[in-house]
Write a protein that binds this ligand. Structure first.
Ligand SMILES: Nc1ncnc2c1ncn2[C@@H]1O[C@H](COP(=O)(O)OP(=O)(O)O)[C@@H](O)[C@H]1O
Ligand SMILES: [Mg+2]
Length: 307
């Protein structure tokens, strides 16, 4: 199960399941009203996500078409988290499904596009991008304050809405003990988030055991900083190029080995250099988890760079 989930988190390959199953349509109609339109957003390893317009509003619909049952975990997490993002959920012939309210807005990755594409010299662009970075960190800090960790922070897992940042994809999040039923925890052990954004301790455990200890605030902070590094430079904070490989073209085990080994941070692409920003992110990418700042501190440090 874990390996299927791992592949799902780290691959863009797809299957041919592009239609919302009829029984899911009926179940959604029963709770949210008839489906007006639906658009496929992504389909990786038979876990498609659709944007679905219903009478009660737009939702992101995630359906298990592969029989792994994986959406059951996110469903359990969102029920326990109780942040109001779960719109509807159910089961269909091949597995569980869930629908979360759709957040309108750009992801943090999209908010950084003007900087990545236009260079750091455009201070107006940089200011807006740094504000988005601060908001992302604060959303994570708020989650941590509630006793939860996300476990799979990525540049596209924060959406900047008019009402503030919203985190998405809680498939591998952890709350206070007992938040998620034991049988669900047992069925879906933690295997890290997206490989290139995992901290060294997660990468190392995955190599040794094929499983990782549960995500923590410190693993989240590393992945948060790695996500922001990706938003800024388009690359990852591991110098794969020094090993003669393009970013993420290496096999998973090799990437994990390099992350665990602790390569120096890559050079910042020309035109994007910013010593203060590099320093702040480098601090949060510290090899030793206890040397990393808390998410709130990272927000404060980035806010100081933005001023
Ligand atoms: N609630 C939501 N609001 C807006 N966009 C969403 C929402 N949920 C998912 N998405 C979009 O769908 C993509 C995939 O969703 P995600 O929950 O990350 O699933 P997975 O990574 O399992 O495919 C996101 O990157 C985002 O573009
Ligand atoms: Mg995701």
């Amino acid at each position: 199960m874990g390996h299927i989930a791992s592949a799902a988190l780290d691959s863009t390959s797809s299957c041919s399941c592009v239609h919302i199953p009829q029984d899911v349509r009926c179940q959604i109609a029963a709770t949210l009203g008839p489906i007006a339109t639906s658009v496929l957003v992504t389909e990786r390893h038979c876990m498609p996500v659709w944007r679905v317009a219903t009478e009660q509003g737009d939702v992101a619909l995630k359906v298990d078409m592969s029989g792994t049952g994986f959406p059951a975990r996110e469903r359990a997490v969102l029920s326990a988290l109780g942040d109001g993002s779960l719109a509807a959920a159910g089961d269909h012939s091949t597995g569980p499904w869930l629908a979360t309210w759709w957040w309108d807005g750009a992801s943090t990755f999209e908010r950084w596009a003007p900087v990545r594409d236009g260079g750091i010299g455009r201070t107006r662009n940089l200011h807006g991008a740094l504000r988005a970075a601060v908001d992302f960190c604060e959303a994570v800090a708020d989650l941590h304050d509630r006793g939860w960790v996300h476990g799979d922070l990525q540049p596209v897992h924060c959406i900047h809405t008019a009402a503030g940042p919203r985190l998405i994809d809680f498939a591998v999040a952890y709350g206070p003990a007992g938040s998620v039923p034991d049988e669900i925890e047992a069925a879906y052990p933690y295997i890290g988030g997206k490989i290139d954004l995992n901290p060294p301790e997660t990468a190392e455990a995955m190599i040794t055991d094929g499983l990782a200890p549960k995500a923590t605030q410190a693993t989240d902070v590393y992945s948060l900083a790695a996500s922001l590094w990706h938003c800024w430079t388009g690359g990852f904070p591991v110098d794969y190029a020094s090993q003669g490989a393009a970013d993420d073209s290496l096999p998973a085990t090799e990437r994990r080995r390099l992350i665990a080994q602790g390569l120096p941070l890559p050079a910042i692409p020309r035109g994007l250099e910013h010593a203060d920003l590099r320093g702040v992110l480098a601090g949060a990418l510290a090899r030793n988890p206890s040397d990393r700042p808390r998410a709130r501190e990272l927000a404060e440090r980035l806010a100081a760079v933005a001023r």
